[in-house]
Design a protein around this ligand. Structure first.
Ligand code: COA
Ligand code: AMP
Length: 632
């Protein structure tokens, strides 16, 4: 059949999106059918399923309980760090969610209110998320690894009435008390939540502030279960903050209707999984992968999802993933390439893999960062199943490009996430917005409208949303560079802005620069993403000191490292910086970051014609070497 099937599906999706998505939407239970599949009356803002009403939690839980899945596991909680394995059926999860939703309603949380969730990888995080969806409250999950300052920024933007948290997270061998971080964040934030609900874990007992803080167990003890509140398809389901190029994160808004339709569609068509099967996204609920593929998509589709509180290595060994797959019968694993690089480093020959029978596993999907060919080939050799690279971002909420296993699997080309997913009209453009032919590299853009499920706007910031869609009218700018090859395979070459990817975590070098610049001895600085064998990229700083500063460089650098840990979080992995005499700049004063990046990665570079003082590049080469980077 050659290219026919995918080509047909894809062509219909971009030429006739209303009939395409109108049909897909029939898989969702609606309270009120939409008036219009696509409302394009206020371009460049587009709304899917306008006029429709539904409840996402109903579709993820109640619907399945009413249709024969009451006793099927909805969640398998597998926590090697606490030696716990616990299952929760759809019936049990529904009961817990509707009770927690009842408790939230009991303290006055209602449709449209915001709730921040700052929790580790425990089933209660899923309960909290779905309880918000049930009553139409807008959740904003903040990754547990973010420091108080970052949490405070999100509190001030989302203005939550309630924050839901836990006494601690467990990171490998470390126990991290969350409550002091939460208290500090609330202290830093101008907005104050009315209540905090704290899940007390046995490892750490959090101190509760009388009047503000509530113990999770007491909170739900006498609560009544509540049924689902109808919300508009276009009402917000959640806000998820992601790194932009400045210190202020972007609050990606997700609506209810388009999200449910797109995610359910993706389970069959991209992941080719069946209802009732076990789907495992080894990520964290704090990232978009966790929102979409730990929580919403598997549950909307009637799968069993795994909440894994552990790491790919060290909990206890590099066989951890294989153990989980064989023990729970996982059919699809989704994770970040960095997890596989970590396993490969510790167990290059796959000795741990030989201890387990993982014949249940049909596909490995990888995303979150570039999949380097070495890791791709290694994973394929080890697992002997399709290793599917797919490309997407927080803004889209589900894959933009993938080898759609449920439509028509294509031969894989290493280094390419294959082809655009139906719904996404992906194009490559040059600097002037001219669409480039296959083979030429440029900025990867998506022709508007974006399909259902993608961000309709940023949370209470339409103006900033316009940055994505007005620079090239009619197109959404992804921020990635790339090209199509002559067979129409897409290759993503990396970000063309100041966003970096550290172990699959998206971070802004701009926000690190803002922190470093606050140091009293720093005149100016540049933070760049340097290639890293394990984490893909790690940030490296170049710092110019104020005139007259005469302190030991290593003291200043260790203070800078500590500042980034304290203000952004350990997850930034900001560990290296060099003191330099000057930063290379253009004559108009712009820092030549891409040239610096090439120096740090030891690549050839051309001295830009716009450079003010070429000699500065020599200083950068020298100082990069002192911290182990640059040409060897
Ligand atoms: N809460 C608190 N701290 C956290 C945290 C969390 N949820 N997650 C990470 N951190 C901390 C770590 O403890 C570590 O601190 P340290 O510098 O004091 O040791 C730091 O942030 C960096 O963490 P991490 O990037 O996880 O590095 P690592 O060296 O501990 O582990 C890997 C390396 C490759 C095993 C790990 O990065 C990994 O599992 N990556 C997969 C990522 C992933 O799934 N991404 C989701 C996108 S799909
Ligand atoms: P996030 O919003 O955290 O999901 O990060 C999105 C960014 O990660 C994208 O814009 C890409 O730069 C990068 N990314 C995600 N998946 C891939 C992939 N499969 N290949 C290359 N880069 C990827």
């Amino acid at each position: 059949m050659g290219d026919m099937k995918y080509a047909d599906v894809y062509t219909e999706s971009v030429q006739n999106p209303e009939s395409f998505w109108g049909r897909a939407a029939q898989d969702i239970k609606w309270i009120r059918k939409w008036d219009k599949v696509l409302d394009d009356g206020n371009q460049p803002f587009y709304r899917w399923f306008a006029g429709g009403e539904l409840n996402t939690c109903y579709n993820a839980l109640d619907y399945h309980v009413e249709n024969g899945r009451r006793n099927q596991a909805a969640i398998i909680y597998d926590s090697p760090v606490t030696h716990t394995i616990r299952q929760m059926t759809y019936g049990e999860l529904l009961d817990q969610v509707s009770r927690f939703a009842g408790a939230l309603s009991g303290i006055g949380v209602k449709k449209g209110d915001t709730v921040i969730i700052y929790m580790p990888m425990i089933p209660e995080a899923v309960v909290a998320v779905l309880a918000c969806a049930r009553i139409g409250a807008v959740h904003s999950v903040v990754f547990g690894g973010f420091a108080p300052n970052e949490l405070a920024i999100r509190i001030d933007d989302a203005k939550p009435r309630v924050i839901i948290s836990a006494s601690c997270g467990i990171e490998g061998k470390k126990t991290i008390a969350y409550k002091p971080l939460l208290d500090e964040a609330i202290k830093l934030a101008a907005h104050k939540p009315e209540k905090c609900v704290i899940f007390q874990r046995p490892q750490v007992q959090a101190f509760l502030l009388v009047g503000r803080d509530l113990d999770w167990d007491d909170f739900v003890k006498d609560a009544k279960t509540v049924s689902c509140v109808p919300v508009a398809a276009t009402d917000p389901l959640y806000i998820l903050y992601t790194s932009g190029t400045t210190g202020k994160p972007k609050g990606v808004m997700r609506d209810n209707g388009g999200h449910a339709v797109a995610l359910k569609w993706s389970m069959k068509n991209i992941y080719n999984v069946k209802p009732g099967e076990v789907f495992w996204a080894a990520s964290d609920v704090g990232w978009v992968v966790g929102h979409s593929y730990i929580i919403y998509a598997p549950l909307l589709y009637g799968c069993t999802t795994i909440v894994y509180e552990g790491k790919p290595i060290g909990t206890p060994d590099p066989g951890a993933f294989w153990r989980v797959i064989s023990q729970h019968g996982v059919t699809v694993l989704f994770t970040a390439p960095t997890a596989f690089r970590a396993i490969k480093k510790e167990d290059p020959k796959g000795d741990y893999l030989k201890k387990y029978n993982i014949s249940c596993l049909r596909y490995l999907f990888l995303a979150g960062e570039r999949l380097d060919p070495d890791t791709y080939y290694w994973a394929g050799d080890m697992l002997k199943i399709p290793v599917v690279d797919h490309w997407w971002q927080t803004e889209t909420g589900w894959p933009i490009a993938a080898n759609c296993m449920g439509i028509e699997p294509f031969p894989i080309k290493a280094g390419s996430p294959t082809k655009p997913v139906p719904g996404y009209n992906v194009q490559i453009q040059d600097l002037d917005g001219k669409t480039l032919p296959n083979g030429e590299e440029g900025s990867v853009v998506i022709k508007l409208p974006l399909p259902p499920g993608c961000l309709p706007t940023l949370w209470q910031d339409d103006k900033r949303y316009l940055d994505y869609v007005t620079e090239r009218p009619g197109f959404y700018i992804t921020g990635d560079g790339g090209r199509f090859d002559t067979d129409g395979y897409l290759f993503i070459m990396g970000r063309i802005d100041d966003v970096i990817n550290v172990a699959g975590h998206r971070l802004s070098t701009g926000s690190m620069e803002e922190i470093v610049s606050k140091h009293k001895d720093v005149a100016e600085c540049a933070v760049l993403g340097a290639d890293d064998q394990l984490k893909g990229q790690v940030p490296v700083g170049f710092v110019v000191l104020k005139a007259g500063v005469d302190r030991k460089p290593e003291d200043i650098i260790s203070e800078l490292v500590q500042m980034v840990r304290n203000e952004l979080g350990a997850l930034a992995c900001f560990k290296e910086a060099a003191i330099v005499k000057a930063l290379p700049k253009t004559r108009s004063g712009k820092i030549l970051r891409s040239t610096m990046r090439k120096i740090v990665d030891g690549k050839n570079y051309v001295v830009p014609s716009t450079i003010d003082d070429p000699a500065v590049l020599g200083f950068i080469e020298e100082s990069a070497k002192t911290i182990g980077y640059g040409r060897k």
